[in-house]
Design a protein around this ligand. Structure first.
Ligand code: SAH
Ligand code: DHB
Ligand code: MG
Length: 216
């Protein structure tokens, strides 16, 4: 089994189940053209976020880590006209690219990008949120997760990207990002406010995984 097969299967899944329209393709294309790294979620993963948000009827969504707005577009499309997605992004250039991509997707009325370090923004945000996607610097995952729980309604869903990283998560001597994921995992293991699991994934983004939590 190889990355090549994983990518071929992702192409098959996209062909049958995940219609990526012009606005989503443009978001990827324009992000690449602007020099942003190709680290957005895959189309199949974006649709998973969309469906999770849709399944709980999310009206307020929080994202930490916007990049070019690709995941924000998927999640924003789960919102009704009266819904709101707040996405936190440290890099003004990324936020600018994302803003264009989100406008092209017709979602600028419901997606708000706040520029600055997420940790500086989160304390002043008002909840409740129904759905949170954490996908920024992994070092701060534990803090982001703690804020997400604080800002969540009961029954809210929190998803964290990149919690497996080729299996590196089980390496106690891993790099700073691995340490960040492991600190979050340790905190969640003792956190009575949530019930959580993590699911390993393969695909065109390699071998990684999501943490999924429900706020009790
Ligand atoms: N969610 C996006 C990908 C996000 S990549 C998608 O799937 O389409 C991670 C993003 O987090 C990058 O844009 C990076 O600039 C941003 N980021 C890194 N550190 C941050 C911080 N401290 N606060 C806010 N955003 C941060
Ligand atoms: C990478 C992938 C991600 O999804 C992310 O959020 C950050 C980095 C990467 O492959 O380097
Ligand atoms: Mg990610």
């Amino acid at each position: 089994m190889s990355d090549r097969v994983w990518s071929q299967v992702d192409a098959y899944i996209e062909d049958r189940l995940v219609a990526e329209d012009a606005a989503l393709s443009a978001a990827i294309r324009e992000s690449a053209a602007a020099g942003l790294p190709a680290i957005a979620v895959s189309a199949a993963q974006g649709k998973m976020l969309h469906l999770l948000a849709l399944s709980i009827g999310a009206k307020r969504i929080l994202e930490v880590g916007t990049l070019g707005g690709y995941s924000a577009i998927w999640m924003g499309r789960a919102l009704g006209d009266d819904g709101e997605l707040i996405s936190l992004e440290i890099d003004p250039r990324n936020a600018e690219v994302a803003s264009d991509n989100i406008r092209r997707a017709g979602l600028n009325d419901r997606v708000n990008i706040l520029v600055g370090p997420a940790i500086a923004r989160l304390p002043s945000l008002d909840g409740p949120f129904d759905f949170t996607f954490i996908d920024a610097d992994k070092q701060s995952n534990a803090d982001y997760f703690d804020h997400a729980v604080r800002l969540s309604r009961r029954g809210a869903v929190i998803v964290v990207d990149n919690v497996i990283r080729n299996g590196d998560v089980i390496d106690p001597g891993g790099n700073a990002q691995v340490q960040g994921v492991r600190r979050m995992m340790d905190a969640i293991s003792k956190d009575k406010r949530v019930s959580a699991t993590a699911v390993q994934t393969v695909g065109n983004k390699g071998y990684d995984g999501f943490l999924i939590a429900v706020v009790l």
